[in-house]
Design a protein around this ligand. Sequence first.
Ligand code: COA
Length: 275
Amino acid sequence: VVAVRRMTPADLDFAMTVKQAAGWNQTEADWRAHLDLDPAGCFVAELAGEPVGTAVLTSYGTDFGWIGMVLVHPAFRRRGAAAALLDATRAYARERGLARVRLDATPDGRRVYLTQGFVDEYALTRYRGRATVPPGAAAPLGSVAELVEWDAARFGTDRGGVLRELVGRPGSRTFTVHKGGLAGYVVTRRGAAATQLGPWLADDRDTAAVLLHTALAGVDGEVIVDVPLVNRVANDLVTAAGLVVERGYTRMGLPAGLVAEDNAVVHATAGADRG
Ligand SMILES: CC(C)(COP(=O)(O)OP(=O)(O)OC[C@H]1O[C@@H](n2cnc3c(N)ncnc32)[C@H](O)[C@@H]1OP(=O)(O)O)[C@@H](O)C(=O)NCCC(=O)NCCS
């Protein structure tokens, strides 16, 4: 029978092992960021006293919780570990007064979430590759407070804690475009195998292009970008930069509800584990 407990820093080796087994791009810094932001939202599933799986919940204000890092060791799948982890994250979300939980599902994960009543919101496409782009002239980040406030109106809720960590992380780079006020920003950070580009938000096509080109010009090696399918401009720009489709994701929620974010402005997410 599966038992779920809180994750501690002593679980980081196990957490990295299951992450690697799935071929995901997160680093130990990503796990540590989840633990630092809210240790009570990080869970480990055990079978017979051995760790077999993980999940984390990030609280976005009082609006919704974001479930991520749902991973079960390949040798221990189909024994209810993911279902038990989802129960634990949902119970914690209720404790925090969050009305909904949401996530970006892989095809494997979606099978589990459908059995739990999650409803599809929309599709995302992950692009990957080495980019070839013209130079861009976006400016390095000035005020993080301005960025956080501008983002909240477009992401649909305040995610200042998550953004400040991503922007401040060693090796990450943030660029902005101002047209009178802020018109967009982009963040890149190191991953295990590729640089993750996102969040990438822009009010118009020119801003989006300048941000993308500036950010990509600074990337050595491969890049990963998670793009909402409905954002035609974003899909066109990353394709023109030479990136190719790696896989699809489905954004899902429970219970079903309004989509918070403005996907004319959101060109790329912060990554599947953060939304
Ligand atoms: C997705 C994943 C976490 C599922 O973990 P799991 O512990 O095997 O899932 P559970 O045993 O709790 O499955 C619960 C139910 O979901 C459904 N399900 C799970 N895996 C399935 C599969 N491969 N095919 C069909 N249905 C599946 C079944 O209805 C299952 O109940 P059942 O076994 O009684 O039929 C695991 O396969 C994994 O780590 N995959 C790689 C990483 C990943 O994609 N994670 C999801 C990120 S969104």
